[in-house]
Structures are given as structure tokens and as C-alpha cells.
Design a protein around this ligand. Structure first.
Ligand code: DGL
Length: 277
């Protein structure tokens, strides 16, 4: 029996996926979870398709070796640049009948139409997610009338990963990108935080947008989508162990991970070291 048999895997390049995990555990506390942050190689947001794909595939393999049947890429960049290839090309070779990999872009795109009144949606995301056009393409499938205005924010993840997001320096970069996004269309009424790190900036972003703007973080959306998925797929749900445990792994220094992770997660965290290659 593998060490984490039946755990649901939650993956991010670093700490951001913890904002998703937190909401999933809140909604579905009965399951076992295994979190992996590839902190040693984060950020992914400025890396090439091939690199993000290779790193993500290594992570998915690691989860399967630990005994997970279901893995959520709680990272928009990995969802944008690696998910489709892994689902279509790699999973069939890896015993695809028994394993599933899901992302965060589709569940968010499916529901965005219920938030906007004007049909003008802003997206803050990493350069990789913006370049991929994944949100523009996915949202069009569900809501053809919605216009998506994208703004890449390459400084935001490094500020967050280095715990430098709560000061005037961070405000400079937040205001700059808010202004650049709103300059694209003044009728944007909903802004999607399309990077799992960004919920930490939500209050600071709110200060610079018009008061009636909805700022949408993905955590609860992804959690409800997972709940729905497990109801629709009992064959996968049956493989998910229900002992209410969560284990954390990082590819970098666990002590540093424990210190920073609590900022994202709220509670203290004890992590272990993972080798992906
Ligand atoms: N948190 C990840 C996302 O949702 C990316 C952060 C990074 O650049 O590594 O896109």
C-alpha cells in the first residue's frame, strides 16, 4: 500500500494552491489531501510551455506514486500550459482509467457569467496564463457575449512568495496593474484573480477599483466544482480515502515552507521534503 493511498492531490508551483486547498478542506473535510508546492522551481508564471509541462508532469507522476487517483492542478499556469497535454497524451499511458487530473480554469470559466452584469470581465494572471489565452478561449465557450480583458502581473507572485505584499512597494505594482486593466475598458464590473497566489492581494486590489467591482477568487468555485465532480464520478470518489487528514510536501526547504505557508493557510503547517525527478 502506498503512503498516501486515496489522498486527493493538490498541486501548485508554490504556496498559491493553499488558497484553493483551504476552501476544499472547508467544504469537503472528510477526505484526505496531499499538497505539493514546487517551491524550488517557482515561479512558473514566466516559464516556457515545455518547462511548465515537464515540471507539472513530474509532479503528477509523484502524486500517482504516492497513491493519489485524483490530482487537482491548483495552479492556473500549470492548468493553462500542461493540463490538456497531460490529460490527452500522458494519462492514457499512465493507466488513465484509474487516474484523473483536473485544473482550475474550466470550473472558473463555467461560472463567471453569473457574476458580471456588463459582460466585461477583467483577468489578473501570470504572463504564462495570459499568453496562453486559456481564459479567453474557455469563457467564450460558455458565455460567447463576455469580453475578457487580460492583465499580466509578473511582479505579484514574487512579492507574495517573499512576503512583501503588505507594504507600499507592493501597492505600487498593484495600482499600476489595476490602472492598466481598467484603462482597457471602464465597464469591467468583475475581476477574476486568475492566479492562486492573488487572493492574498484581494483587499489591496479592492482599494484601487471602483467600489461596485466584484473581485473573484477561485477557492470556493474550485471546491464546489470538486464536490460536484465527485458526485458525478462515484468510481473516482470511491477511491478517495475519508480520514480527514492533510499532508504537505515542498520541493524546497520544509522549515521555510512551514513559516510562509501559514500566511496563506491561516493555520500552522508541518511539511516534508519531496524529490520530483
Ligand atoms: N499560483 C500559480 C497560478 O495560479 C502561479 C504562480 C507562479 O508563477 O508560479 O498561476
Amino acid at each position: 500500500m502506498q503512503q498516501h493511498q486515496g489522498s486527493i492531490g493538490i498541486f501548485d508551483s508554490g504556496y498559491g494552491g493553499l488558497t484553493i486547498l483551504k476552501e476544499i478542506v472547508h467544504l469537503l473535510p472528510q477526505y484526505n489531501y496531499l499538497y505539493l508546492g514546487d517551491n524550488a522551481r517557482s515561479p512558473y508564471g514566466t516559464r516556457s510551455y515545455e518547462t511548465v509541462y515537464q515540471y507539472t508532469l513530474q509532479a503528477v507522476n509523484w502524486f500517482f506514486k504516492q497513491g493519489c487517483s485524483l490530482v487537482i492542478l491548483a495552479c492556473n499556469t500549470a492548468s493553462a500550459k500542461a493540463l490538456r497535454t497531460i490529460q490527452q497524451n500522458d494519462l492514457p499511458k499512465m493507466g488513465g482509467l484509474h487516474h484523473r487530473v483536473l485544473g482550475v480554469i474550466r470550473p472558473t470559466s463555467e461560472i463567471i457569467g453569473s457574476f458580471t452584469q456588463t459582460g466585461n470581465v477583467g483577468l489578473f494572471a501570470t504572463s504564462g496564463t495570459v499568453q496562453s489565452q486559456s481564459y479567453v478561449i474557455e469563457i467564450k465557450k460558455f458565455f460567447p457575449y463576455i469580453q475578457v480583458f487580460q492583465e499580466a502581473c509578473p511582479m505579484w507572485v514574487p512579492l507574495i512568495e517573499n512576503n512583501e505584499f503588505d507594504n507600499a512597494g507592493a501597492d505600487y505594482f498593484i495600482q499600476k496593474h489595476v490602472n492598466q486593466l481598467m484603462a482597457q475598458n471602464s465597464r469591467i464590473d468583475t475581476i477574476l484573480l486568475g492566479c492562486t497566489h492573488y487572493p492574498l492581494l484581494k483587499d489591496r486590489i479592492q482599494k484601487y477599483v471602483p467600489a461596485n467591482t466584484t473581485i473573484l477568487a477561485q477557492g470556493t468555485i474550485v471546491a464546489h466544482s470538486l464536490q460536484n465532480y465527485l458526485q458525478r464520478h462515484p468510481e473516482i470518489a470511491h477511491k478517495c480515502t475519508q480520514e480527514s487528514t492533510t499532508h504537505y510536501y515542498t520541493t524546497d526547504n520544509p522549515i521555510e515552507f512551514n513559516q510562509k505557508a501559514s500566511i496563506f493557510f491561516g493555520n500552522s503547517i508541518i511539511s516534508q521534503s519531496a524529490q520530483l525527478t
